[in-house]
Design a protein around this ligand. Structure first.
Ligand code: DX5
Ligand code: ZN
Length: 214
């Protein structure tokens, strides 16, 4: 499968929009900018909202906007992120009361719809939705902070899902670097999210190539 890289800006100073735009120019060989929206309720941490998604300039780069909603009641917020120019939106199974409705709403807007699960959530919780979504985001760390260590137990879930759905997009997120990316790709992941490894590297473009070719 073709491997895509989605670069997470959560660890950067996202209160400084010009510096985010500069950082985007350093990752133009990636496929997506990954926006981690945190509400201080679904997760303890609070990050940014739709204004950072719409305000980030990707024009002329070919990069898409990949929005990962770590928020309570995502049904209430979806439209804002569609309007903000998201190309992919995922929300957490643990937070959604009407997941099928949310998926339909995202898809009807011409945006790719994904469901995300935390490390402690088994695949069977989203079994019924596997035919409806465009992609599944398997969290490889507990949702919240950047710079955590990947939980190896989550790799089994990627394998299990790939066996069930040979062609669906499987996104993995959290603690991904050049040392563990190969194992995730072998397990069946094809969209790798990475923040710390990419932006802490002296040359983020080199880090992206290392992940893609791991
Ligand atoms: C964790 C976020 C991830 C994370 C990725 O809650 O969803 O996107 O910030 O960053 P690193 O690569 O630093 O784990
Ligand atoms: Zn994320």
């Amino acid at each position: 499968m073709i491997i895509s890289i989605s670069a997470s800006i959560l660890g950067l100073d996202w209160t400084d929009q010009p510096s985010i735009d500069q950082s985007v120019m350093r990752i133009t060989n990636a496929n997506f900018v990954h926006f981690d929206v945190e509400d201080g309720k679904f997760v303890k941490e609070k990050s940014f909202g739709a204004d950072v998604v719409s305000g980030t300039n990707v024009s002329g780069t070919g990069l898409g906007k990949d929005v990962h909603l770590m928020i309570k009641n995502p049904e209430k917020e979806i439209d804002k992120y569609i309007l903000a120019g998201a190309n992919m939106i995922s929300f957490h199974a643990e937070a959604a009361k009407t997941p099928k409705k949310i998926i339909d709403r995202i898809k009807a807007a011409g945006v790719r719809a994904g469901i995300a699960i935390s490390p402690s959530t088994p695949l069977k919780e989203i079994e019924k939705l596997l035919c409806d979504v465009d992609f599944i985001l398997i969290m490889t760390v507990k949702p919240g902070k950047p710079g955590q260590k990947l939980m190896k137990t989550t790799i089994k879930k990627v394998k299990e899902l790939r066996k069930k759905r040979p062609t669906i997009d499987i996104e993995v997120d959290g603690g991904i670097n050049a040392d563990n990316a190969g194992e995730l790709i072998d397990a069946g992941a094809n969209i790798l999210v990475s923040g710390s490894f990419i932006f802490n590297h002296p040359d983020p473009k080199v880090a992206i190539d290392l992940l893609r070719n791991a």
